[in-house]
Every structure is written in structure tokens, then in C-alpha cells.
Design a protein around this ligand. Structure first.
Ligand code: PLP
Length: 407
């Protein structure tokens, strides 16, 4: 009998571990700032009203069946998803140069995109088989790329001294990396820092990427969540496509539609010609077939309904604004409490400058641990807080605890 003696015990996932520790804590004022999921002002998960509406339509449709979707997904979903990120008048779309396939949310898109590059990217000719990831990044990127046989390395991104972008170092790295290197870049609302390039900086990045012939692996997990506006958050991606940067996009509907468990996502690979796009898509179909055979139908049907119906689409945009604005309000309130009321030492402007679900507070590992141990505030030890975990009832408690640990 195989006793698996040689299988080492793997460490628990740090984020899930945090969530379980929070659940087990009986302290009434406990706060969970670890989780990367939206919560309403009462710390509850929020079912978007537009999703509720679309679900009702779907479930009352007498023609609804439970057949397999095509291998590459529901066309009404993948086409609308491509228009959402690239823009309805995207030249790449109009010219048929985009291969879109449905994936298991953003994670599956990252995996499929990585797998495709692993098989088909031309790594020879002096381009190392490496995926350059921002330092820091969503930790799952490391194991995803390792898993598909593209060893990850990091490029400079975050500057602890300014709690902002290490732009000069980032740009210098792009310039010195071997030609045609693969760069994984967060499309907006960088996780975990909440620090994004400015538009001016994005254009400089695009210029160097083009000059060096690099490949951009865009990870778009927060479209609409950053600014509250789907188009504004797609600006960098659209600008890169317009300039002819070779790229692909991983797209998730987990955050912007609150469909975390449904695993709704897509991978879009932009090619220089429609002929290439057909070939690329044929290979994505083969890869998908061997891994999941065909993607899940439910969430894709919900999103297809929302994106293809003008009225529902407008309602979705309002729901996204509701989420983004609540988070922005919390950023302002936290900064106000720290700087104006508590006179907490240090500058806290970065809290309102950062964007999206997360804020990098700039506190140390020891301070982060002290918040958890002394104040029952759960956060990752890198000082990252999920803004969605703050609300009008707990923001003052958190500000006071933070004030105490940094003094
Ligand atoms: N990429 C980034 C940067 C993320 O932060 C996340 C989720 O936290 C994902 C991708 C993928 O999420 P999902 O698979 O739930 O769509």
C-alpha cells in the first residue's frame, strides 16, 4: 500500500488561514481585513441587485437546460467580455484579431494564459523562459507560473520609502530585461499594494515595452472596482492594444460582479492578424479540453444576460459604483481619523491615493501581528488591508488600534 511517505506537508494558504482564525475568534469587535471580497456596510457579502435580477430571469426561462457549453465557452459571454475590456470599438476586435475563451475565473485565465505561453511562446533567440512578476504581486501568480513551467522572477514595482510606485526602477528594469521578455502586469488596482501607474507613466511603460518587444500578460481582476468606472479602469489595456503591444488579458468577474464562487472569467489573446487569432484559439480549445473539457455555464449565462441587455448593463454599472464609492469613502474616513482626529504619527495620504480593494498601510510585520494579537484585527503580515472589510461601524475602532500600534 502506498503510504505517501515522501509527500511533504504543504503549508496552509495564508489568506484562508487568516479567515479561519477570524471565524474562530469570539471577540465582538473583531475585524477581518484579510479577505479579498467585497462586504457591505454591515460586513456582509453583497449580492448585486443586478445579479439577483439576471438570476431570476435565467431561472424562470423555460428553455434553460443543463447542456455542456462549447469548449471555448458561451459565445454571448466571451464576446461581451471582450468588448467590456477592449472597448466596443476596439480595432483589434473589429479586425477579428482577438481569441477569447471562457475560463475558471481570473485564476483559470492566468493558468490558461501561462500554459499557452509555456507551449507556444518563442523562448529561444535569447529570451529567457521567465515570467516577470511585480514585486510584490498576488502571491498565487508564483505557483501558477511555476506550475506551467515558466519560472517566476520579480521586477521592481513598490517603493516602501514612498509607499508608492518605484517607477524609475520599474522602467529601468523593462529597459534592461532581455528582448521579448514576458511581463505580468496588473491592469488596474494592483494587488496587494493598491498602487497603479499614472496615465503618463503607463504611456512610458508602453513605449519601453514596444521598444524592447516585450510581451504583456495583463491580469485584470478589478475592472470597475478601482475607480467605479469600467472604461476608466480599462484605459491602460486599451491604450496598449491601440499601440500594438503584443499582449493577452486575464479577466475576472469575481469582484466587479460579486460572482466569486461562480468562477466566471475569460482569457483574451490579441494577435497581429485574424489568421493568427484563429490558430491561437484552436490551441486554447485543445488546452481547455484536456483540463476542464468545457467551462461552467451558470455564471457565464448571468453575465451574458447583464452585458448584452442595455438596461441591465446600466444597472450593473450603478452597482459597481456603489461598491467602489463605499470603498473610496472608507479610504477618506480612515485617513481623516488618523491625520485629523487621532494625529497619528506619519503621513497617511497614501490611503486615499491607493486604489481598488486593497491598501498597503506601510506598517511593519511586527505592527501587523500586534494588530491581530492585541486588537483582533486580521490582516496579512505585509501590512495590506482589504478596504472592503472596513465600514462605518468599525473604521474608528480600526483607526484607534492602528494609531496605538504605530506610536
Ligand atoms: N489576479 C489578481 C491580481 C487577483 O487579485 C485575483 C483575486 O484575488 C485574481 C487574479 C483571481 O481571482 P479569481 O480567480 O477569483 O477571479
Amino acid at each position: 500500500v502506498e503510504k505517501w511517505d515522501s509527500v511533504p506537508l504543504a503549508p496552509a494558504d495564508p489568506i484562508y488561514k487568516l479567515t479561519y482564525a477570524y471565524k474562530d475568534d469570539t471577540y465582538p469587535q473583531k475585524v477581518n481585513l484579510g479577505v479579498g471580497a467585497y462586504r457591505d456596510d454591515n460586513s456582509k457579502p453583497w449580492v448585486l441587485p443586478v445579479v439577483k435580477k439576471a438570476t431570476d430571469i435565467l431561472l424562470n426561462d423555460p428553455a434553460l437546460d443543463h447542456e455542456y457549453l462549447p469548449i471555448t465557452g458561451l459565445p454571448d459571454f466571451t464576446n461581451a467580455a471582450a468588448r467590456l475590456i477592449l472597448g466596443p470599438d476596439s480595432p483589434a476586435l473589429l479586425e477579428g484579431r482577438v481569441s477569447s475563451v471562457q475560463t475558471i475565473s481570473g485564476t483559470g485565465a492566468n493558468h490558461l494564459g501561462g500554459l499557452f505561453l509555456s507551449r507556444f511562446y518563442r523562448w529561444d533567440e535569447g529570451t529567457p523562459r521567465v515570467a516577470y512578476l511585480s514585486d510584490p504581486t498576488w502571491v498565487n501568480h508564483f505557483q501558477i507560473f511555476r506550475g506551467v513551467g515558466i519560472p517566476p522572477e520579480t521586477y521592481p514595482y513598490y517603493d516602501p520609502a514612498t509607499i508608492g510606485l518605484a517607477f524609475d526602477k520599474y522602467l529601468a528594469f523593462l529597459k534592461s530585461a532581455p528582448p521579448r521578455s514576458v511581463f505580468v502586469i496588473h491592469a488596474c488596482a494592483h494587488n496587494p499594494t493598491g498602487v497603479d501607474p499614472t496615465r503618463e507613466q503607463w504611456l512610458q511603460i508602453a513605449e519601453v515595452v514596444l521598444e524592447r518587444g516585450h510581451y504583456v500578460f495583463f491580469d485584470s481582476a478589478y475592472q470597475g472596482f478601482a475607480s467605479g468606472d469600467l472604461d476608466a479602469d480599462a484605459w491602460a489595456v486599451r491604450e496598449f492594444v491601440k499601440r500594438g503591444v503584443p499582449l493577452l488579458i486575464c479577466q475576472s468577474f469575481a469582484k466587479n460582479a460579486g460572482l466569486y464562487g461562480e468562477r466566471v472569467g475569460a482569457l483574451h489573446i490579441v494577435s497581429p492578424s485574424s489568421e493568427a487569432a484563429v490558430r491561437v484559439k484552436s490551441q486554447l480549445a485543445i488546452l481547455t479540453r484536456s483540463e476542464i473539457s468545457s467551462p461552467p455555464a451558470y455564471g457565464a449565462r448571468v453575465m451574458a444576460l447583464i452585458m448584452n441587455n442595455a438596461e441591465l448593463f446600466e444597472e450593473w454599472k450603478r452597482d459597481i459604483k456603489t461598491m467602489a464609492e463605499r470603498i473610496i469613502t472608507m479610504r477618506k474616513e480612515l485617513r481623516r481619523l488618523l491625520t485629523e482626529e487621532l494625529k497619528t504619527p506619519g503621513n497617511w495620504d497614501h490611503i486615499v491615493k491607493q486604489i481598488g480593494m486593497f491598501s498597503f498601510t506601510g506598517i511593519t510585520t511586527e505592527q501587523s501581528l500586534a494588530l491581530t494579537e492585541k486588537a483582533h484585527v486580521y490582516l496579512t503580515t505585509n501590512g495590506r488591508i482589504s478596504m472592503a472589510g472596513l465600514n462605518s461601524h468599525n473604521v474608528r475602532y480600526f483607526a484607534e488600534c492602528l494609531d496605538k500600534v504605530v506610536r
